[in-house]
Design a protein around this ligand. Structure first.
Ligand code: ADP
Length: 454
């Protein structure tokens, strides 16, 4: 087992990894930017290293500074968390070259899945259903036109290097397609430095359903069930739950088998997520694989009882999974709400100092956060304040616990998304499981968020 792990991240996920290391008796190194000198992950780690100025590019994304910090502190592994360097194949290669274990899949798999058009090809070859679309990236506008005519509009143009919902454009006609290709390419170039795009059929009103996968370094692969992540704004998830209310046992089994086939074909190691779109007619399609721990991993932990970060560490240390698919049990229902520092109507970021912070506990409650009273939500990084997670024997119980938590949660000094989350949690369509990726758009068009109780 590792003796010392460097955590190449910040915020709630850095703390989450820290707790797992502590429980495993592994010492920890926090890295931080100048803006995060007082952050909790720095305070609680055994050692800490400042890796640069506030801008992520110069600190958390600065590969050489992170590696230097690991070398100086003699860390034998790096956990990248999510975001930042988590899906950077080059970083994983440099770790390997420096004899530091990268806690994640191999660089080759990160690279393969990081190119979403290549990922599609490999999944298709493994027999996983994919959204009809281009083979590889688009060569020309003419090719795109011909393909769109063949599969039928609407279509979606997506960045091969995409992530975080960027570089995606929908086109409903030839005229729109011309513009969509250009805008998606420009956006992709700006965001990812690679302008390659590919084309897919645009699936109307789908659900986003993803499967949590775990593979060890000896070829054992299991799935830990699904997460329903349809509640999104601009392709960014707000509320996630497990299980998904739309899956019959038969459909769940078919999707899980497809996910397992995909992960096995990729020789997948460590934790990863296979994302599907589930159409209203029950057909499902692979859209991408994320080769890291996901923000929404706690809902899976709540229903399986597994600690995914510890599993990641154990796997990276070469240990076998030690259980088979049949050993994995699912119990109850879990929901996660992402409380962001954003105006709940305009979704404009609202960084600043938190003057008051309070959240109640109780049965089936989990709060993953690095926020606290007098703490700062920095304008330099993402606006996540807290992940509020509840578990119940039934979906209804998880929802009523969530409602209580959100109703009583106090975050002062900054604006948060709590009002919109409260509105979702009490909405009839949500309560009845009538959701799709367009759900939030429809809800927001319908009226104003409910007033706070307090
Ligand atoms: P990213 O990597 O940027 O998160 P994804 O490929 O995972 O991009 O897609 C994010 C979201 O975009 C999906 O959850 C879904 O809401 C929407 N989306 C992506 N592809 C399609 C498609 N072919 N049809 C309809 N919606 C799509």
């Amino acid at each position: 087992m590792f003796k010392k792990i460097l955590i190449a991240n910040r915020g709630e996920i850095a703390l989450r990894i820290l707790w797992a290391c502590r429980e495993l008796g592994i010492s920890t190194v926090a890295v931080h930017s100048e803006a995060d000198a007082d952050a909790l992950h720095v305070r609680y780690a055994d050692e800490d290293v400042c890796i640069g100025p506030p801008a992520s590019r110069e600190s958390y994304l600065n590969l050489s500074s992170v590696i230097a910090a690991a070398e100086i502190t003699d860390a034998d592994a790096i956990h990248p968390g999510y975001g930042f360097l988590a899906e950077n194949a080059h970083f994983a290669e440099v770790c390997e070259a420096c004899n530091i274990k990268f806690i994640g899949p191999s660089p080759a798999v990160i690279r393969q899945m990081g190119d979403k058009s290549k990922a599609r090809e490999s999944m298709e070859a493994a027999g996983v259903p994919c959204v009809p679309g281009s083979r590889g990236t688009l060569g020309s506008e003419v090719e795109a036109m011909a393909l769109a005519r063949k599969i039928g509009y609407p279509v979606i143009i997506k960045a091969a290097a995409g992530g975080g919902g960027r570089g995606m454009r929908i086109a409903r006609s030839e005229e729109e397609l011309r513009v969509a290709i250009q805008t998606a390419m420009n956006e992709a170039k700006k965001a990812f430095d690679v302008s390659d795009v590919y084309l897919e059929k645009y699936i109307a009103d789908p659900r986003h359903v993803e499967f949590q996968m775990l593979g060890d370094e000896r070829g054992n692969v299991v799935h830990l069930g699904e997460r329903e992540c349809s509640i999104q704004r601009r392709h960014q998830k707000l509320v996630e739950e497990s299980p998904c209310t739309a899956l019959s046992p038969k459909l769940r089994k078919r999707m899980a088998e497809a996910a397992l086939a995909g992960a096995r074909a990729a020789n997948y190691q460590n934790a990863g997520t296979i994302e599907f779109l589930l159409a209203p007619d029950g057909k499902f399609y692979f859209i991408e694989m994320n080769t890291r721990i996901q923000v929404e991993h706690p809902v899976t932990e709540m229903v399986t009882g597994l600690d995914l970060i510890k599993e990641q560490i154990r796997i990276a240390a070469g240990e076998p999974l030690g259980y088979t698919q049949d050993d994995i049990r699912f119990f109850g229902h879990a929901i996660e709400c992402r409380v962001n520092a954003e105006d709940s109507e305009s979704f404009v970021p609202s960084p600043g100092r938190i003057t008051n912070f309070n959240i109640s506990g109780g049965p089936g409650v989990r709060i993953d956060t690095a926020a606290h009273a007098d703490g700062i939500i920095s304008p330099y990084y993402d606006s996540l304040v807290a992940k509020v997670i509840t578990h119940g024997n039934s979906r209804q119980e998880a929802i009523s616990r969530m409602r209580r938590l959100l109703d009583l949660m106090v975050v002062e000094g900054i604006k948060t998304t709590i009002p919109v989350l409260r509105r979702i949690i009490s909405d009839t369509d949500f309560l009845q499981g009538r959701i799709s990726t367009h759900y939030l758009e429809r809800l927001l068009a319908g009226g104003k968020p409910v007033a706070a109780h307090s």
